[in-house]
Design a protein around this ligand. Structure first.
Ligand code: IFM
Length: 442
């Protein structure tokens, strides 16, 4: 594409629970998202991923859509409970075979797989034993990494250990908006640590197969809504919980200095053991960044701090920027700020891939999604500015190929380049798909 290096990787992304369906097929075990979505009141309209886009059966058609789009790469995730239905017990060969067929289908279409091991679907049995609150789960993850690492190495995937550990730990265990729906303090911080440990252990395992390994974070610049000192301090507090408690252990091998100060009463860190941070900071080949929006905040009342979410921060709305259907402000400049800021803050920053970027609208198949075209074009222009400023970015993945299950928001928000009719499962490429195809193939 004009303005990008010839070797730059262009792709689109999806995740298992959001598209596959077939939740009880071929021995798949239940995950925390099956449980959560079937719990009344957790997901909009009571929707679930039971059928989703039926990708488990329709994957050849979906891979044809990728090939026709002209992408170099496809980012998908493996459902842990398909491969190990209870997370710790025997391997389910039929589940593994599904991913072997999928990666073989990509190979025959000349598309490189970027494979995420954990995109939030923890086997329910592991949650019943404590989930990410307990160290054992990190060990089980390393075993799962060994299974998929050896079974899929021949297809030469690029590995992504975790997707957005902030969401798994804080949204899942502190805010309770995602599975498993807990609202805890110590448990959420322990979850964050054990996710990071799982990542570090898996890097060691996957590296032994000689393929690149990285991890994906959902970084957001946290911006104070006013120049007032208290708003700046509030922004710094959220920056700790949202960004730095993940980035610092990964890239510096240490928790941030203000961890104790910000997290007040939650200072029990008995979950951190000697040697953990060295494992967590095992060098990665790349860092995946999912960029969607800046977060705008002002200071709120600092309470006793029952969860790492109670840190005296109020989310606000900036005047000016347009918003997507999810009310997310559209601020492409935040992508430049993210990338340039990361490079300044972390010397030795690994090469970056934008592993997700996208927008949701209530699209209809018969109306052009011009807003999405403008969104992508503006973010690609921002990406070029960041690269011109010297940031080493190697690829961009649009989220998502298909409209899909948007977690607690159900099926109404549509992120896809391809419209999915959930009644008939008919796929209809949107105007944005044709536009991107044109950019990629001309
Ligand atoms: O749909 C999600 C995806 O699973 C993780 N990143 C953000 C996307 C949009 O909310």
């Amino acid at each position: 594409m004009e303005g990008f290096p010839a070797e730059f990787v262009w792709g689109v992304a999806t995740a298992a629970y959001q598209i596959e369906g077939a939740v009880a097929e071929d021995g798949r075990g239940p995950s925390i998202w099956d449980t959560f979505s079937h719990t009344p009141g957790r997901v909009a309209k009571g929707e679930t991923g039971d059928v989703a886009c039926d990708h488990y059966h329709r994957w050849p058609e979906d891979l044809d859509l990728l090939a026709d789009l002209g992408v170099d790469a496809y980012r998908l995730s493996i459902a842990w409970p398909r491969v190990k239905p209870t997370g710790s017990g025997p391997v389910e060969q039929r589940g593994l075979d599904f991913y072997r067929r999928l990666l073989d289908g990509l190979r025959s279409r000349n598309i490189t797989p970027y494979v995420t091991l954990y995109h939030w679907d923890l086997p329910q049995s592991l949650e019943d034993n404590g989930g990410w609150r307990v160290r054992d789960t990190a060990q089980r993850f390393a075993e799962y990494a060994e299974v998929v690492g050896s079974a899929l190495a021949e297809f030469e995937p690029r590995w992504i250990t975790l997707n957005e550990p902030y969401c798994s730990a804080i949204v899942g265990y502190a805010q309770g908006r995602h599975a498993p729906g807990a609202r805890e303090g110590h448990g959420a911080l322990a979850a964050a640590h054990h996710l990071l440990l799982a990542h570090g252990l898996a890097v060691g395992v996957l590296r032994s197969y000689g393929l690149p390994v990285g991890v994906t974070l959902n970084y957001s610049p946290i911006v104070p809504l006013s120049p007032a000192e208290e708003d700046r301090i509030a922004a710094r507090r959220l920056d700790l919980v949202h960004n730095r408690i993940f980035l610092d252990p990964l890239l510096r091998g240490a928790y941030p200095d203000d961890y104790d100060e910000v997290l007040g009463s939650l200072t029990d860190r008995s979950f951190v053991r000697d040697g953990d941070l060295a494992i967590i900071s095992t060098p990665v080949d790349f860092l995946g960044i999912n960029y969607y929006f800046r977060i705008h905040v002002r200071a709120g009342t600092l309470t006793a701090g029952d969860t790492p979410h109670d840190i005296g921060v109020v989310y606000g709305t900036p005047d000016g920027p347009p918003r997507t259907m999810l009310d997310w402000p559209i601020e492409p400049e935040g992508l430049v700020e993210t990338l340039v800021g990361l490079r300044a803050a972390y010397p030795g920053l690994p090469p970056i891939y934008i592993t997700e970027n996208g927008c949701a609208y209530p699209d209809r198949p018969d109306e052009p999604d011009d807003a999405r075209i403008a969104y992508v074009a503006d973010h690609l222009a921002a990406l070029r500015r960041a690269m011109a400023a010297g940031v080493d970015v190697r690829g961009y993945f649009y989220w998502s190929l298909l409209d899909n299950f948007e977690w607690a928001r159900g099926y109404d928000p549509r992120f896809g380049l391809v419209h999915v009719d959930y009644q008939t499962q008919v796929r209809t490429p949107k105007a944005s798909y044709h536009w991107l195809r044109e950019q990629l193939t001309s």
